[in-house]
Design a protein around this ligand. Structure first.
Ligand code: ZN
Length: 452
């Protein structure tokens, strides 16, 4: 259908007008006004830089390490930090940023964080997990907001502020970003500690991730528990379901489960009585059981199987004796006398290279501890009693080298949301954390003075 000429001309005029308006609008945006300056500042602030990092999806199983590293490299260039990318496994780079100290021969300070995060289920979140939405009350929602992209950016912001004050570190500061912490660190820290490049860093002290504190005190961790995967297997004569006989596979396995449950109870009782924290005892939790003869409708009910198996997640605090536990497993939990075998999958070291338990001393015999404590107090922070982390971090690889390492993430008065839905960090807590790191970096890097 054809339109009358006059209408078409009018339309033409209108579209010309709107093009002009758009052109003028873009021109006005290009010319700088005080208001625009403010706009620019908002575009590049500690909070927006944090949001930018959070928006890079580094969740497993497909973490975008390349994008994260290129963003961090661009930040490092602003701070005139030296950058080095190490690749021990293809597509799993490690980024090392270095701020050289005035006395580079002194043992250095290393600030560690991991690039990756656990996956998120978007449907269970109030905001998309990789949008880093900041709510009106200052909550920044994102996977990694607490674990642990916050510290990765706070290290850099603290360095930026110290540089603005012309602070010069005595000891060299290294800031490290590693892949794969959330999946065991075998392609990250495990390979790094074994490298010549790491040896050359001459690391004296490490700060690694900790955990949020719902109370008014910062939490600090001096050890991790060591995880073991324990699989016990029982074998026995198969038989008709109606028969009663000794040493059947199921019977043998169930006897073990009973003994292990008693041990678990004895450990848990200590926790329930308030005599130890959860992370200070050996935990033994059943995670699977496998037995039975499958049938199209489920399992054959009139057969006693000849094999049965169970898996346990075992966690050892550094104070536990691994040899003693191994003996207990061999003698009581899976004894050969009951036709049982077992397999222990040790996920990481238990002792350091000199044979000492993997823990960092938190008393005055460790000078780094004293410097750490004073630096927190200097910015008005309070520290809770040092703890063992119930789970595991990359710090175990560092402590294995005999290097003191503390787990610390400066977040207080906030729920613990690592690996949870709706993980968030408040902007004020994030900004305060930068101040805490300024104090820590300046104290730790000056410790001992230039004369050492
Ligand atoms: Zn973490």
């Amino acid at each position: 259908m054809c339109q009358p000429r006059s209408t078409m001309a009018k339309r033409h005029q209108q579209s010309l007008l709107s093009t002009l308006t758009l052109l003028l609008l873009s021109l006005s945006l290009l010319s700088a006004t005080p208001q625009d300056d403010r706009y620019q500042q908002e575009q590049d602030s500690p909070i927006t830089r944090f949001q930018h990092y959070l928006r890079i999806n580094t969740a497993h199983p497909n973490p975008n390490y390349t994008a994260a590293i290129s963003f961090l490299k661009s930040q490092a260039q602003h701070h005139h930090l030296q950058t080095l990318t190490l690749e021990f496994t293809p597509n799993k780079s490690i980024l090392l940023l270095t701020w050289p100290g005035s006395n580079p021969s002194l043992p250095s300070i290393l600030l560690n964080s991991h690039l990756d995060s656990v996956p998120a289920e978007p449907s269970k979140w109030v905001h998309p997990p990789f949008a880093a939405v900041r709510s009106d009350d200052g909550k920044i929602f994102a996977r990694g907001a607490q674990d642990d992209k916050c510290i990765g950016m706070q290290y850099l912001e603290a360095i930026r502020n110290l540089q603005a004050e012309n602070f010069v570190p005595v000891r060299t500061i290294h800031v490290l970003y590693v892949p794969d912490e959330e999946i065991g660190g075998l392609d990250g820290w495990a390979k790094l500690v074994a490298s010549r490049e790491f040896e050359e860093l001459n690391v004296g002290f490490v700060l690694d991730e900790g955990q949020a504190s719902p109370g008014d005190e910062f939490r600090v961790f001096y050890a991790d528990r060591s995880p073991w995967g324990l699989v016990i297997k029982a074998k026995g004569m198969p038989g008709h379901g109606s028969r009663m006989f000794d040493n059947g596979a199921m019977e043998n396995l169930m006897k073990s489960v009973e003994v292990m449950s008693k041990f678990r109870e004895s450990q848990f009782d200590v926790v329930k009585a308030g005599l130890a924290a959860n992370s200070e005892v050996i935990s033994v939790n059943p995670v699977y059981m496998k037995a039975g003869i499958p049938s199209p409708t489920g399992f054959v009910m009139n057969m006693q199987p000849s094999e049965a198996e169970a898996g346990f997640d075992v966690r050892l605090p550094p104070t536990a004796d691994p040899d003693l536990l191994k003996k207990r497993i061999a003698d009581e939990w899976a004894p050969a006398t009951r036709n049982m075998t077992y397999q222990i999958i040790e996920k990481g070291p238990i002792r350091d290279y000199t044979g000492r338990p993997l823990m960092t001393l938190t008393n005055d015999s460790n000078p780094w501890w004293s410097v750490f404590k004073q630096a927190i107090t200097a910015v008005g922070g309070k520290l809770a009693k040092p703890e063992i982390l119930p789970s595991t971090t990359d710090a175990r690889f560092i402590r294995q080298m005999g290097i003191p390492a503390l787990g610390f993430s400066p977040m207080k008065n906030i729920p613990i949301l690592l690996h949870d839905h709706n993980e968030f960090l408040k902007d004020t807590i994030y900004l305060n954390g930068i101040k805490v790191y300024e104090s820590l970096i300046s104290s730790l890097s000056s410790y001992g003075g230039a004369s050492l």
